[in-house]
Design a protein around this ligand. Structure first.
Ligand code: PDD
Length: 286
């Protein structure tokens, strides 16, 4: 884990993160009645800003909460957060909007409440050179999340328990499987490479429509056949390469699943190509 940068944004004010306070009656705390985004920024510039805030707007709409800000307003708030933290390194911005607080605890939406808005900045997590070279290890877990995994809500307890299971197994990620179908990682999307074709599960209510997933599909399309389709557990186990993607880790190789090697047990050649394409794209964006 990396430590967050010192200045955060809370309900209209920039404040030291150590001093930021929110009511225990906030519905984000009581009910996880809240949605969030994680946006990477390279060299001080946000990457795929519009896509992230389009997704935030969809998440807010899905939980019946009006967008508190336009894209332009979000951009101004976050650029100022980057500036106040003098964040020159590669970071990610965490943004959360809750339904706010009311006096008491009642399941239905309050008649009136003001959303709570919080944002902070953190350096992107570091990966050791050794782990990068070796690739990640993963376990598979049966899905026990709710039915709207396409909404980026902070109700992440199932994901937390899955990641902890991975941690306790001494591996980096848990791959979520439902009825023999591979869906995604506990906090990342998944890709399977077999016979030169890249496949990823289709975007529906069972996975988060990852922004990095879209970038990978875009970049792959130029050189390789790609498909968004159902992937079975057996296909995962017999793949040549398996990748995970997220805004915080970009694209990483999975080289061991449930203790068995993926392909020859090393990060594959198509991933190397993807990393180079990503680096070029990010350099252009900054
Ligand atoms: N996680 N699937 C899940 C369940 C996720 O939580 C995430 C992101 C992704 C990848 O989405 P994107 O490429 O837009 O980051 C897929 C973030 C990083 C998190 O919760 O920290």
């Amino acid at each position: 884990m990396t430590e967050p940068l010192p200045v955060c944004y809370l309900n209209g004010a920039y404040t030291p993160l150590h001093e930021a306070r929110i009511s225990p009656l906030d519905r984000g705390f009581l009910f996880a009645d809240s949605v969030y985004e994680v946006v990477p920024a390279f060299g001080g510039r946000m990457f795929r800003f519009r896509e992230h805030f389009d997704r935030l707007a969809r998440s807010l709409q899905a939980i019946g909460l009006a967008s508190p800000h336009t894209h332009q307003q979000w951009q101004t708030i976050l650029e100022e957060l980057i500036r106040r933290n003098e964040a020159a390194q590669d970071i990610y911005l965490y943004v959360q909007v809750t339904r706010g607080m009311e006096f008491g605890r009642s399941h239905p939406f309050p008649a009136q409440s003001t959303p709570s808005i919080f944002a902070m900045a953190s350096p992107l997590p570091l990966q050791s050179e050794e782990l990068r070279t070796r690739g990640w290890a993963a376990i598979t877990v049966e899905d026990f999340r709710w039915g709207r995994c396409d909404v980026k809500t902070t109700a992440l307890l199932a994901n937390v328990l899955m990641k902890q299971r991975a941690r306790e197994a001494g591996v980096q990620e848990a791959i979520v499987v439902r009825d023999d179908e591979v869906l995604e990682g506990s906090s990342m999307n998944i890709f399977v490479v077999a016979g030169g074709q890249i496949s990823t599960p289709p975007s529906d209510h069972r996975i988060l429509p990852g922004i990095t997933r879209e970038v990978v599909l875009e970049l792959a399309r130029d050189a390789t056949p790609v498909a968004a389709r159902r992937i079975t557990l057996d296909e995962l186990r017999t793949a040549d390469e398996v990748w995970l993607s997220s805004s915080t880790y970009n694209v990483v190789a999975v080289t061991t699943i449930d203790g068995r090697p993926v392909g020859d047990g090393k990060p594959g050649p198509l991933l190397g190509r993807m990393h180079r394409a990503f680096a070029t794209l990010q350099a252009q964006a900054t």
